[in-house]
Design a protein around this ligand. Sequence first.
Ligand SMILES: *[C@@H]1O[C@H](CO)[C@@H](O)[C@H](O)[C@H]1NC(C)=O
Ligand SMILES: *[C@@H]1O[C@H](CO)[C@@H](O)[C@H](O)[C@H]1NC(C)=O
Length: 135
Amino acid sequence: MNRLIFFMLVTATYYGVNEACKENKIVIRNRLGPGEILKYHCRSKKIDLGVLYLDYNATRIITLKDEGINITKWNCLFKHGPPHMQFYSEIPVYSQNTLAPQCDQLRAWFFRRSVILFTNDYNNPAGPKYRWSRS
Ligand SMILES: *[C@@H]1O[C@H](CO)[C@@H](O)[C@H](O)[C@H]1NC(C)=O
Ligand SMILES: *[C@@H]1O[C@H](CO)[C@@H](O)[C@H](O)[C@H]1NC(C)=O
């Protein structure tokens, strides 16, 4: 009887915590300038989103869950620039912080022509993090 109650409590707690666990987000925003297209290709170990494009001012949000033991990592290759996307930056856009999965993590990236800005905090503005290379 006691064991059953204990089991039920643990189960309830587990599902309670799980429901409250907000998904993690990678935010990608094109701030390059009017008419400028951001090309991006994002991958994790399990998922390849393929080559995609974002218009100026558009935002793409990739939601994900930390997988635990199999540390969740996402990498994206970003490109821009007429005439042939000669500016590029390969960025580790998301990496699980701890072995234990975490919730409500933010990795927000803002792409300007001069610099790539980043924040992982909803309450703090993004600061310069990466620069573009030229092919
Ligand atoms: C892009 O966004 C900025 C700031 O949010 C705004 O001031 C500007 O008018 C927008 N431009 C276009 C072309 O949507
Ligand atoms: C961990 O990732 C590998 C592929 O990288 C996969 O084969 C394996 O099933 C994963 N393990 C778990 C527990 O998800």
